[in-house]
Ligand binder design. Sequence first.
Ligand SMILES: [Fe+2]
Length: 164
Amino acid sequence: MATADTHEWLHHWQDEADAAFLYLALAGQEPDPGRKDVYIKLAGVEERHVQMWEKLLREHGHEVGRARPSFNARVRAWAGRRFGSRFLLPLLLREEGQEVKGYLSLHRTSQLQDAQDVSLQLAKESAAHALAVEVNSIPCDPPALAFITPSMAGTPHSMEFPAN
Ligand SMILES: [Fe+2]
């Protein structure tokens, strides 16, 4: 019978908690209200990702406590407050790219259907986030703003771009 790789799942759970924390830190640094709104929404989706891992872990007999940002994430948030969004944006873009790779790898290698399903969904949503972060990092006026719909289905199709 296939066994759950809870060590890897816990790693993803912590990464998602860190991402939620860092998007909120980024929102705190963002003067543009449209971009700030996008980052707050992305933080909300990352929080939902945390809950997806918690549910999967719980269903496989591993109860986890409340997710907290790692020391590494707190240091990065501090640097973001010090140096601004130009520090955090490329970092989050890189993190989202690594998440996509990690989730696709888990989807391919896991023997468990529920872990395959969760990892594929998160790979798609992380790819959408990477696109949102990349578009938001383009310096132009008016901002090339990626607006994430409230439903946050999480795929690139859920992203709407303002007409002008
Ligand atoms: Fe995520």
